[in-house]
Design a protein around this ligand. Structure first.
Ligand SMILES: [Zn+2]
Ligand SMILES: [Zn+2]
Length: 291
């Protein structure tokens, strides 16, 4: 008859050993035992008062105030499924960015956000290439059918065949290249943004949180599916989300976030322009010094 008492003890023994002082009553519900200590504010929270209950990431509802009502959909993909979680994440990041980026993470690391960023970048790029190819194809078709000199059907078939082949090759190349660029781009953007924040002394969250924000900011690249201006609009929208993401993640001002997001991009552009300037100056100098 010792077994029931053992099984009653089991959950306590299996739970992570909390110092006795940490096991107290919920800060809100004084009559309930705390399930965990909030990793942000350090207050005790019962099961109901916990927004995130992942071990090591426990966050109370008070600290999640102003964010989404539930963790980011992609971090709930086990219950939602990948497809639904991805769609909901894109929608919420684009339309409710402040709430989205204020939501505490329910997962460690940035593997899934990185996969999200890479996937969206690749999707956007393939859409853009496909639109350019379709546009060129349409132009060729219009030009061919409007031309006075009748194009022989065998010539038309040859050109069409070559064009379709070239288009497929372009899409295939994008399919191979875009994931690499997308992945490296997101990591580089996250690292440079975080580095800038560190230089400014405004980094209040670890690097992996900056990477998470920068990765989720890729959501608007889905607009690549819209012909003509979709890709461009998506790119500017992404910059806006990066600024909001950095601001909410590090609880900093919009100005500081703007410097962190645009600073290194500006330096890079000026560097390229400067390099061209130096090359042009050298060319002129060589010409005037010549015989
Ligand atoms: Zn808290
Ligand atoms: Zn409570």
């Amino acid at each position: 008859m010792t077994e029931p008492s053992m099984s009653a003890l089991a959950p306590r023994l299996g739970a992570p050993a909390l110092p006795v002082a940490e096991v107290g009553a919920c800060a809100v519900h004084r009559d309930r035992n705390a399930a965990a200590t909030c990793t942000r504010c350090g207050s005790f929270a019962c099961e109901e008062c916990l927004f995130v209950s992942t071990q090591g990431l426990e966050t109370c509802r008070a600290c999640a105030y102003g964010g989404l009502d539930e963790p980011v959909p992609l971090e709930r993909r086990r219950s939602l499924g990948w497809w639904k979680a991805t769609r909901a994440t894109i929608r919420l990041a684009m339309l409710q960015p402040s709430r989205f980026f204020r939501t505490p993470p329910a997962e460690r690391g940035f593997g899934v956000p990185l996969l999200f960023a890479t996937g969206l970048y690749t999707f956007g790029q393939i859409c853009q290439v496909a639109w350019v190819m379709l546009g060129m194809g349409a132009l060729w078709w219009v030009a061919a059918s409007a031309s006075e000199a009748a194009i022989r059907s065998d010539q038309a078939a040859l050109v069409s065949g070559l064009f379709v082949g070239y288009s497929l090759a372009a899409v295939l190349c994008t399919l191979v290249q875009a994931p690499v660029y997308g992945l490296l781009g997101a990591v580089l953007a996250g690292a440079l943004t975080h580095g800038t924040l560190r230089l400014l002394g405004r980094a209040r969250a670890p690097l992996e949180r900056t990477l998470r924000a920068v990765c989720y900011a890729n959501a608007p690249l889905v607009l690549g599916v819209v012909p003509l201006l979709g890709g461009l609009v998506g790119w500017f929208w992404m910059l806006g989300l990066e600024v909001i993401g950095v601001r909410e993640t590090h609880r900093t001002s919009t100005g500081t976030a703007l410097i962190a997001v645009m600073g290194y991009r500006l330096v890079f552009c000026l560097g390229v322009v400067g390099l061209y300037g130096v090359l042009v100056a050298l060319a002129f100098a060589a010409k005037s010094a010549g015989p």
